[in-house]
Ligand binder design. Structure first.
Ligand SMILES: Cc1ncc(COP(=O)(O)O)c(C=O)c1O
Length: 405
């Protein structure tokens, strides 16, 4: 129910083996639950299972970097950047130290000045707005859509002023906002748009990949992200040669050549070890996306009559960074699931405008109705690139039991 997936990921043979065809799978819940409850404790995002699946390749990649003693920049970074750019369809990918630094680099490249306003969603991870403040800009919050929780494009125009310089549009939980409308508005008012694609690497929007939908986009390779490394990591994407050149400079102390600094920059490079790990994981990424997609469909089929399940907008395919439901009695459900060793998470319990760090910006009469409602009712369920159908069914069964209580 509510599902409207237009694009399809290529289904490889090895993905099929992770997931028997869903509808033909008919073991009773009680058997499944007994088997899996006894064998292991379910993980919200099972990175250990992922490591076991690719252990030989990852170990070899890590050893190869260590034995080369090339820990900063080098071949692995260059190869990763080429592969990331090819994957998304952007001309340049610039690997960097985190998704937060990627946002910072992107806004520095656009020359954000103190007092400049940047529009951003009222519901996202802190960094989507905090990096604006970090550069002494002013985040201007816009409420989000009640269907896919991303910035509500219809509410942006009323927030544009003479001081507005750009829009940070977050592809939340793996799904893109209405970029057609957002890019159109930006063009009308001469603004830049940065896609914060920290959660959406691999997602598509009318056939085009996330991270290639705006002039500059960013992503995060935090371990639990759809494509995650073994520490912090991120990337900036652009097809603009000048901006790419500038972002590369800014990433490395504003250097043009060793010890020649043209501008003030950061040390925001990605570790070469992380690049080597990411190159291994990127090879398996489409298979993992397929598993996430299948798991999401199964969750929706099992839970659609019990809770509000995610809506995927027409023309979009989510990368399912999170599978997030809406429930009224969240704390009871969380406790019931925890008692059965089923982990859940709340993304996010406080809307951005209500964060203490932004209290100086608060306008007392301003209401962010959807963001407020979501922060009280969202609940993210276990989801990762190697989740099994048995686990999805176990979670669904426990939710239904809790609802029937
Ligand atoms: C939407 C969003 N933006 C930015 C970031 C920051 O990424 P990182 O943790 O790699 O700095 C995150 C990370 O959780 C995120 O979810």
């Amino acid at each position: 129910m509510f599902f409207n997936v237009v694009d399809k990921i290529t289904i490889s043979q090895s993905s099929k083996k992770h997931f028997p065809k869903y509808k033909s799978y008919s073991r009773p819940f009680s058997v499944i639950f007994a088997e899996y409850h006894l064998v292991f404790i379910m993980q919200f995002c099972d990175l250990n299972r992922q490591y076991e699946a690719y252990r030989d390749e990852i170990d070899e990649a890590v050893h190869s970097v260590i034995s080369s003693s090339s820990f900063i920049n080098g071949k692995e970074i260059e190869l990763l950047e080429t592969e990331l750019a090819q994957y998304c369809g952007a001309k340049h990918a610039i690997a960097c130290s985190s998704g937060t630094d990627a946002l910072l680099l992107a806004m520095m490249a656009y020359g954000l000045q103190p007092g400049d306003e940047v529009i951003c969603p009222a519901f996202s991870f802190f960094a989507s707005a905090s990096m604006i403040s970090f550069l002494n800009g002013i985040p201007v919050f816009v409420d989000v859509s009640p269907t896919n929780f991303t910035i509500d494009a219809d509410k942006i125009e009323e927030k544009i002023t003479l001081r507005t310089k750009g829009i940070i549009a977050v592809s939340l939980f793996g799904q893109c906002p209405d970029f057609e409308a957002i890019n159109e508005l930006a063009e009308k008012y001469g603004l830049w748009v940065i896609e914060d694609g920290a959660q959406s690497f691999g997602a598509t929007y009318f056939g085009q990949k996330s991270c290639a939908l705006t002039e500059v986009s960013t992503t995060s390779f935090f371990p639990a992200k759809p494509l995650g490394c073994y520490g912090d990591g991120g990337a900036v994407f652009t097809s603009n040669d000048e901006l790419a050149h500038l972002i590369k400079q800014l990433r490395s102390h504003g250097q043009v050549q060793r010890y020649h600094h043209q501008r003030i920059g950061l040390n925001a490079r990605m570790d070469t070890l992380q690049a080597a790990i990411l190159r291994v994981k990127l090879k398996h990424f489409d298979e993992e996306l397929f598993t996430r997609q299948t798991a999401a469909e199964a969750y929706t089929e099992l839970l659609g009559d019990w809770v509000m399940t995610p809506v995927v907008n027409e023309g979009c395919m989510s990368s399912w960074a999170q599978y997030t439901i809406i429930v009224k009695n969240r704390e009871k459900l969380r406790a019931d699931l925890a008692s059965k060793n089923i982990p859940t998470a709340v993304h996010y319990p406080i809307p951005l405008p209500a964060q203490e760090a932004f209290s100086h910006l608060a306008h007392p009469d301003e209401v962010f109705k959807v963001a407020d409602l979501l922060s009280d009712t969202v609940l993210s369920l276990p989801m990762h690139g190697l989740i099994s159908l048995n686990e999805v069914e176990t979670v669904a069964k426990a939710i239904i039991e809790s609802m029937q209580d």
